[in-house]
Design a protein around this ligand. Structure first.
Ligand code: UDP
Length: 368
């Protein structure tokens, strides 16, 4: 029987392993250098019965029926729809910046004037990336665009990426557009939710198959043996021993704090785009409505990834980094039966659903 090696037991590795095992009836060895499965989706219940997302909040959302029906085999989801609160000049409001935000941060008459001008110029419900929104010729709208740029994007993006919004790929800030709507949700996808037993359980269920063996605390460099196909979800530059140079990544440091009262803030995520060194505060008990007289929060500090010091979280979408990635990708083409996938293997800022779709599509390609 054919045997495959999957490097990385995160969501991409688990999807490809599951498909090889179930659809092709092939054996799969899944290894991970971490001491747990689920990669950066890993979550666990702490002593207070609160589900902690070790690597920061993960909120599942997708418009893809295909992805939704696939993941639904492995978990039941609640109907959590994510909202983000931001503190702007001490005012609690909603992100993405929308018509409700307009009325929260400005006096009524100014907000009304801006709203009318926006509705005259754009269609209701339109999403406009900030870099496009800045191109205004009306003085009031120019004022508004500068306000949003400065108060929502400039400092947050500088904290998060070490770069200004103009120096990071426009697709990054376009994830959180100005939204000409009263919809306060962070995502508008058809399917949204949190797996009731957590992401670790979801990934465990994907890996739970007689054809799949999982070995943790294992580096791929320590694995010998003949494999029919290798699926690599680690960092592509690491695979090639950094011979063309290191690809840059951002890392995140989550400082956990536990409090002896029920709630710390009134939402799962509160962004601090203008204040402090952290970008946002997560309060985990909101996701599954965990009942506890205590609460646990995480303050999120972004930093550069440094080998041996911290973990890779985000590729940094920027032209020169993409060029280096393409050189590695080109080298990867010469390898026979080695496939790269996932945020680190593809050097792409995938959301969970896109990582799943990528793994499903790769499987379809090779299974032909
Ligand atoms: N962003 C921002 N201010 C905010 C929220 C987001 O400037 O209050 C920008 C920032 O550059 C961030 C990007 O939009 O990295 C994408 O935000 P998202 O919440 O999608 O990031 P993730 O949750 O993936 O870290």
């Amino acid at each position: 029987m054919d045997k495959n090696l999957v490097i990385g037991a995160g969501i991409s590795g688990a999807v490809i392993a599951n498909l090889l095992a179930t659809k092709l009836d092939e054996k799969v060895l899944v290894i991970d250098k971490k001491n747990h499965i689920a990669g950066n989706c890993y979550d666990y219940k702490d002593k207070n019965n609160i589900m902690i997302h070790k690597y920061g909040s993960h909120i599942f959302h997708t418009n893809s029926e295909k992805v939704w029906s696939f993941v639904s085999q492995f978990a039941d989801f609640n109907q959590y729809m994510h909202k983000v609160i931001a503190i702007i000049d001490g005012i609690e409001t909603t992100i993405p910046f929308n018509f409700n935000t307009l009325y929260d941060v400005f006096p009524q008459t100014l907000a009304k004037r801006l709203e009318e001008k926006l509705l005259n110029k754009f269609e209701y419900n339109k999403k406009i990336p900030i870099l496009e929104f800045q191109k205004q010729d009306d003085e009031d709208l120019k004022f508004l665009a500068n306000y949003v740029y400065e108060k929502v994007f400039l400092h947050y993006t500088t904290k998060q990426w070490g770069l200004s919004p103009n120096d990071v790929d426009g697709a990054v800030t376009a994830r959180v557009p100005v939204y000409l709507s009263k919809d306060n949700r962070y995502f508008q996808d058809k399917f949204q939710g949190i797996p009731l037993k957590g992401y670790t359980s979801l990934v465990q269920n994907m890996l739970n198959h007689p054809n799949i063996e999982v070995q943790l605390n294992t580096d791929f460099k320590d694995i010998d043996g003949d494999f029919n196909k290798i699926f690599y979800t680690g960092a592509i530059d690491e695979y090639f021993n950094y011979e063309l140079g290191q690809l840059p990544y951002r890392s995140v440091n989550f400082k956990l704090e536990e409090y002896d009262f029920e709630f710390y803030q009134n939402n799962s995520v509160v962004n601090y785009p203008c204040n402090y060194d952290f970008t946002r505060i997560h309060e985990y008990k909101y996701y599954l409505n965990d009942k506890s007289s205590k609460t646990v929060i995480a303050k999120e500090y972004s930093e550069f990834f440094e080998l041996g010091k911290n973990e890779r979280y985000y590729p940094i979408p920027k032209d020169e980094n993409n060029e280096l990635y393409l050189k590695y990708k080109n080298k990867a083409k010469d390898l026979k039966n080695v496939y790269f996938l996932g945020r680190l293997g593809d050097y792409k800022y995938y959301d969970m659903d896109k990582a799943i779709l990528r793994a499903m599509e790769l499987f379809e390609e090779i299974a032909q």
